[in-house]
Design a protein around this ligand. Structure first.
Ligand code: DOR
Length: 444
């Protein structure tokens, strides 16, 4: 195990930016102080005023294993994560088989162990007939229970009102929802097909998977959470109207929390003409005015968590016509530099961003001993050079799908190093050492 002293860091943590040194011992942060003197048994790394953040926790990813390993797996996608400064992730249940019982959940933990470079937690999933398995969930084993209240990749739609009521009333863990009303989407799709046949233009995606479908479903999820006093986290908010349904303020103590994703901060309707299916995702990227409202909602704390919804599909799949191309984008590797650009552009402060991508995921999902620069916590860390620049090119993509929606774009910051459990995992150019990601522990 490495003993390391990081000197001359510009740390960002819990609302503050400050200069100092940080000592790593036995996987953990041993000390944080303005000046620490090197000990004989430790290496010293002078980072010369670069930023030092807690490792990013991505609360929404699809890493595809088991079942869709040709798109991504629990080795390739965590590698892309650490190259982007993401040290922990919470992964979705729409794999094959889906995670509908404890056995499938533990199978994923088993698969990740020894292969994942980032720390891992797996969500439990819902179907129309797994209520008994849901009741038996041990709350320490999973961050939450995912309900697809709108149909998306995988066949996991649950929209029967009686079943939804039963799940909200019996779940032992927080519920997280994908909110889109499927009948409304199907009606819009039928209208588009009547006009365009099989040749629907992709820029209609946001009208087919409409804002009204999102708003209706999000309202329903919120009403169920209130009715049953169930903790609820609504994923990937994409419209200005939905933001009005959430309260501003600190995440701690909120029954109902909101998440948005990095692509909603960056892309808008115009980008369909340039990128087509490469930005097709569910819920859909909508208008520039939605993007502006979402950026403001990060600043005013209506949105509690910023994640990616990293959802790789192959180039071949994305080159299919609109109606056949699957929804989802690979995002985890570029997440931090894109989000930092929004700080540079003045939308919110740096401590605010760190709250949304490090502290709040840990607080919302009860992730133990991570997400903060605190003595005694695991040394999951990312060093960032604010001005070194990142050019997004296909040859640098580590995600198995081999492409990025940001190709050709330049971002000012660069991930200079990522540490997972106290060990260097990425040195700014390449992956380092063996996969040392650990199973996340959840306190309830
Ligand atoms: O765009 C999406 N892709 N949205 C989802 O809800 C699922 C995801 C996937 O798994 O591909």
């Amino acid at each position: 195990m490495s003993n390391l002293l990081i000197q001359n860091a510009r740390m960002v943590n819990e609302g503050r930016e400050f200069n100092g040194d940080l000592r790593i011992r036995d996987q953990r942060i041993a000390a944080i102080a303005p000046h620490l003197f090197p000990r004989s048994d430790e290496k010293v790394l002078d980072i010369k005023g670069r930023w030092l953040f807690p490792g990013v926790i991505d609360a929404q990813v699809h890493f595809r294993e088991p079942g869709f390993e040709y798109k991504g797996d629990l080795s390739s996608e965590p590698a892309a994560a650490v190259a982007g400064g993401v040290t922990s992730y919470l992964e979705m249940p729409n794999t094959k088989p889906p995670v509908l019982d404890n056995e499938a959940l533990e199978d994923k933990y088993h698969r990740a162990s020894g292969r994942s470079r980032a720390n891992f937690g797996f969500y439990f999933g819902t179907s129309n007939d797994n209520l008994e398995a849901i009741k038996r969930i041990d709350p320490k084993t999973t961050p939450g229970l995912k309900i697809f209240m709108g149909a998306s990749t995988g066949n996991m739609l649950v929209d029967d009102p009686d079943i939804l009521n039963a799940i909200f009333s019996h779940t032992p863990v927080p519920i997280i929802t994908h909110c889109e009303d499927t009948p409304m989407i199907e009606a819009e799709m039928a209208k588009a097909r009547a006009i365009y046949g099989d040749d629907i233009p992709v820029d209609l995606h946001g009208e087919i998977r409409s804002r009204e479908a999102c708003i209706k479903s999000t309202r329903l999820a919120i009403s169920l959470a209130k009715k049953h006093s169930t903790p609820l986290h609504v994923l990937h908010i994409s419209t200005a109207e939905e933001l009005e349904l959430f309260a501003p303020g600190p995440v701690t103590g909120k029954l109902i929390t909101a998440e948005t994703c990095v692509h909603f901060l960056h892309f808008a309707r115009n980008d369909y003409f340039r990128l087509g299916n490469f930005i097709k995702c569910n819920p859909a990227i909508k208008e520039a005015s939605d993007r502006e409202a979402i950026l403001r909602a990060i600043a005013d704390d209506r949105v509690d968590v910023l994640a990616t919804d990293h959802a790789p599909h192959t180039l071949e799949e994305k080159q299919l016509p609109y109606i056949k191309a699957p929804s989802g984008l690979p995002l985890v590797q570029d997440f931090l530099v894109v989000a930092l650009q929004k700080v540079r552009d003045g939308h919110f402060s740096l401590p605010h961003l760190i709250q949304k991508i490090c502290h709040n995921p840990a607080l919302r999902f009860g992730i133990q001993e991570r997400g903060f620069l605190r003595e005694g916590f695991f040394a999951d860390l990312v060093i960032v050079e604010p001005n070194a620049g990142t050019d997004i090119t296909r040859d640098k993509v580590l995600s198995k799908c081999g492409w990025s929606p940001f190709e050709g774009e330049h971002f000012d910051a660069k991930v200079a190093a990522t540490f997972v459990n106290g060990e260097l995992a990425y040195d700014g150019a390449r992956l380092v050492g063996a996969p040392l990601g650990q199973r996340l522990r959840f306190s309830r």
